[in-house]
Design a protein around this ligand. Structure first.
Ligand code: IPT
Length: 933
């Protein structure tokens, strides 16, 4: 049977009945325009509903497609993409766009998937990434960053000169996906209008011809680039109404109402970054961030904004946060995981936030009149506690009414009656807002071939299948709903499922029901095409997937995701996943379903749909990590690779406490740990080693003298350019043990300094961004010290500049698969202060047709641990931290794997258990997903 279906499928495909994958961008360009309402493409209005995704936080191009498919499946028609200068540039003039940095591949994927792109190449991006996206070498370039200073200008023009042409090739105007171009990022203080103008001139000179946009921060009187020199075409606004206190998820609106401001009368309102998650500022863990920005918040704030602002361009930050692997994190606000409490988790799982995005996204995508609305009088509510606000489309008259508590933080259960003057007459409409909730109700809408007079249920979506309308409406479980449709004569109403009352008054058919499960009603006659109306709850309608096909949009219900459907003749080939065995139901003009290369047995239902069953994933077990080998890294080990550190000047506005300048960046060591060696001739009277180091938050340094461990200190976060204020960051004084040094004998200091990444440049004044890393001051009771420094060997050609650090083991490839031998046997029960390396290998045998996200789980302990998998630096554990699971994407993971852990301890310690864990398990028919190398 299985064999037979394969033949059938092969036949269908070879006969050309099933279309090849969606056509890649044609050379044919489109016209992009805009007016005060919305963007347009070839004159058609586009409501841009996009979410932010960071390719650099997912070092696995195969999985970019998975995430993009998931974004599209939630009803997004666009993605907002930062491009990270530092990720591509290890050194001035050196750029790399290959492998995990192949952004052209990323843009091609967006084109294949039909997603618009808002391209955001900075040069500055913030994004809680090292240097806010600036390469660390820029710290050594003279001239204020984010200004028109010549030094900085030459540097950023080189970057834009490389990224802009790539983006230009992929513009909608040339048949690609890029619909808008974002210059700079929240450029609000210390602004330089010449710089802002020149950035745009550079973009135009490089072929960018789509609208130029900007994301303003913080409102008030700060620069928003809506007029004057440096103004952009479509100025947008970033809104983070919930702030970032994930430890207090019930407190709402800390940063205001989040209604996006209109900044220009001739351009659409653009919610450039709208909060869709949060960084975990207080180490509460990302689940709490997901709660702070959960479905209730999304309903209340997003819907309030849609109606309150009339925005038609949205960028939700983030949809999938990903992983700040390697040296990607900015040191002050984040740790390795950039999960962000987003709708799609770091390990690519879908959450209840995803369901809410889908409910809103399908609505916005389906109901076209929303792309052009003006503020309109709202129906009067009988209870002032129930707030209404409205917009309407000036051409169709369609009305959109926001319903929420007057106090949006209220969780009361309120009911009211609306006096609603709809385009089709006056009505009294009973409504309810129960708990933290908001709804957008619609009146006067041509729903396919039907006329929706009004409904107190919300619209998920509707499609036309085989000459009938299939519509899905919903409300909270247990709430009453009513829907009124207009007919010229009494239609035949057949309730297939659920408890739905109907009445007809000569022109209006009124349906009354309680939302529960999924009710199904067939309506025919009445002078209109037939309709299948489904009335569900938040949960039951979240099971629907709307997919575009050659014969128009279709609906699929029951899979954990439906990614793509090809329809040819009466066949559908579906790409979908399941997390358990269960039903699949199609609302599509087909009679046969093929999924994962197999024909699915189906039957026709009374609803006219096709119903079948799909398998779930088989359980998997991961191997235990055993046979660990151990190797200690002695302080300042080895004699090669050291550079004399004798500079006496620095481009940084922050001058050192003592000379020579020992800043790591000055010697070309931009990322990762550095070792210092200080040599002097002892007087024998030395009492104290005095050091200062700047590492960024949670960094530290360890000190040895003549091989004896003296101790450790926390690194500082910053010094000030103006003494005497804070010229003593990260101070450590270490007593010289009596008898360790003798008069006239050579003495050697060894210092290991961590570098937690580079500060952002939010204030555009260099004083944060150009903070040094490494030793800031050093003295040993007046001794004349000769310093040497040693850091990373250079950029890793495959893994990029942000993978490599300066531990000896890293320089010598101890973290690489098949790295050098000479490993000791099993690790000792207790390891000494300093650097200890652990290493083992494991095999993964996961079913080819399953997507099983895997993480490495560490035990909490008094150490920091760098996790290397197959040479990829997948993160850093720093005690204490809410993060113990380090996500390992397929692509980084293969069938045969090497894991190496570099453990840095300041006291004798022992490493707790380390294991592999699964963070999901899906059966999938999406070929590339989860495939191991
Ligand atoms: C906004 C930045 O534009 C974005 O890059 C990111 O840093 C985000 O914040 C927070 O995750 S800035 C806004 C909070 C004022």
């Amino acid at each position: 049977m299985r064999y037979l279906t394969r033949i059938v499928v092969a036949l269908v495909v070879s006969l050309g009945l099933v279309a090849a994958p969606a056509p890649v961008a044609q050379a044919r360009g489109h016209q992009v325009g805009y007016d005060k309402y919305s963007l347009t493409v070839d004159g058609q209005r586009v409501l841009l509903w996009s979410g932010e995704f960071h390719y650099f936080r997912l070092p696995s191009p195969e999985l970019w497609r998975d995430v993009l498919e998931k974004i599209r499946a939630a009803g997004f028609n666009g993605v907002s993409l930062y491009f990270h200068w530092g990720y591509h540039s290890p050194a001035p003039g050196v750029y790399d766009f290959t492998g995990v940095r192949d952004v052209e591949r990323l843009l091609r994927m967006t084109e294949e998937l039909g997603l618009y792109v808002v391209a955001r190449p900075g040069p500055y991006i913030n994004a809680e990434t090292t240097g806010g996206g600036f390469p660390a070498w820029l710290k050594t370039v003279e001239g204020r960053a984010r200004s028109s200073d010549p030094g900085y200008t030459a540097a950023y023009r080189d970057w834009l000169g490389r990224i802009n042409p790539i983006l230009a090739r992929h513009q909608v105007t040339r048949g690609g996906s890029v619909i808008a171009y974002n210059v700079e990022n929240e450029y609000a203080v210390n602004v330089d209008t010449v710089y802002m103008r020149e950035l745009q001139e550079k973009a135009r000179a490089d072929g960018i011809d789509v609208p130029i946009v900007h994301n303003n921060c913080c409102g008030g009187n700060l620069a928003n680039w809506s007029s004057g020199e440096g103004a952009v075409q479509i100025p947008g606004v970033d809104d983070y109404p919930q702030a970032f206190n994930c430890d207090d998820p019930a407190t709402w609106g800390t940063w205001g109402e989040g209604v996006t401001r209109r900044l220009r009368d001739d351009a659409p309102v653009y919610a450039a970054e709208y909060q869709a998650g949060a960084i975990d500022l207080n180490n509460a863990g990302y689940d709490k961030c997901r709660e702070l920005t959960g479905p209730d918040y999304m309903k209340v704030y997003y819907k309030s904004n849609i109606i309150g602002s009339g925005a038609t361009m949205y960028g939700y930050y983030m949809i999938h946060g990903g992983t700040s692997w390697g040296w990607l994190p900015q040191p002050n606000d984040v740790y390795t995981s950039y999960d962000y409490g987003a709708a799609i988790t770091e390990s690519r799982g879908l959450t209840t936030k995803y369901d809410e995005f889908k409910r809103q996204g399908y609505f916005l995508n389906t109901v076209k009149p929303l792309a052009k609305t003006d503020a309109a009088p709202a129906p009067r509510s009988s209870d002032p506690a129930v707030f209404t606000q409205a917009r309407s489309n000036p051409d169709t008259g369609t009305q959109f009414v926001l319903l929420r508590h007057a106090d949006r933080r209220s969780s009361a259960d309120a009911t009211a009656t609306l006096d609603w003057a709809t385009p089709d007459g006056e009505y009294s409409v009973p409504v309810r807002v129960n708990g933290r909730d908001a709804k957008i109700l619609v009146a006067g809408y041509d729903l396919g071939g039907q006329r929706l007079v009004w409904s107190s249920s919300e619209i998920l979506t509707h499609v036309g299948v085989d000459g009938r309308d299939v519509a899905v409406l919903y409300g909270r479980d247990g709430e009453q709903g009513s829907t009124v449709l207009r007919y010229s004569s009494e239609p035949v109403v057949k309730v297939l499922d659920g408890d739905v009352k109907s009445s007809f008054d000569g022109k209006d058919l009124r349906l009354d029901y309680t939302h529960s499960g999924l009710a199904r009603v067939l309506i025919s006659g009445g002078g209109r095409p037939p309709m299948l109306l489904m009335l569900g709850t938040d949960e039951t309608v979240a099971q629907f997937w709307r997919l575009d096909t050659a014969v128009g949009p279709v609906l699929v219900r029951g899979t954990s995701i439906a990614r793509e459907a090809e329809v040819a003749g009466d066949w559908m080939v579906l790409k979908a996943d399941t997390d358990r065995a269960g039903e699949v139901e199609l609302f599509a003009p087909v009679r046969r379903l093929v999924i994962g290369g197999k024909l699915v047995v189906t039957r026709r239902t009374p609803s006219g749909s096709l119903l079948g069953r799909l398998p779930g994933p088989r359980p998997v077990t991961l191997p235990a990590l055993t046979n660990w080998q151990y190797r200690g890294e002695p302080p300042a080990f080895g004699n090669s690779g050291w550079q004399l550190a004798d500079k006496t000047t620095t481009a940084s506005p922050i001058k050192p406490k003592t000379l020579p300048v020992l800043y790591a960046d000055e010697y070309g060591y931009h990322y990762g740990n550095v070792w210092y060696r200080g040599s002097f001739t002892a007087s024998g009277d030395e009492k104290t080693v005095s050091l200062n180091a700047i590492t960024g938050k949670r960094g530290n340094y360890l000190v040895w003298l003549n091989g004896t461990y003296l101790g450790s200190a926390l690194g500082g976060t910053q010094a000030d350019s103006e003494p005497p204020v804070n010229q003593d960051p990260g101070r450590g004084d270490f007593a010289v043990p009596p008898g360790l040094l003798s008069k006239g004998e050579p003495a050697t200091l060894a210092v290991l300094v961590t570098n937690m990444g580079h500060n952002d440049d939010w204030t555009a004044d260099d004083t944060r961004f150009k903070q040094p890393r490494g030793l800031f001051g050093a003295s040993v009771d007046g001794a004349q010290i000769t310093w040497h420094i040693r850091g990373a060997r250079g950029s890793d050609p495959e893994r990029g500049p942000l993978n490599a650090g300066g531990l000896y083991g890293e320089r010598d490839g101890w973290h690489l698969p098949g790295g050098p031998g000479r490993w000791g046997s099993s690790p000792p029960a207790t390891v000494p202060p300093g650097v200890s390396w652990y290493r083992t290998t494991f095999r993964l045998d996961l079913p080819q047709d399953q997507d099983v996200p895997v993480a490495l789980r560490l035990s909490a302990g008094d150490y920091r641990v760098f996790v290397f998998v197959n040479g990829w630096n997948m993160g850093q554990y720093v005690n204490p931290s809410p993060q113990r699971d380090f996500v390992l994407p397929a692509g980084v993971l293969g069938r045969s794997n090497t894991v190496a852990l570099a453990v840095i301890a300041t006291e004798p310690t022992s490493l707790g258990p380390v294991s592999l864990v699964t963070l999901g398990n899906h059966w999938t028919s999406a070929a590339a997903v989860g495939q191991l190398r």
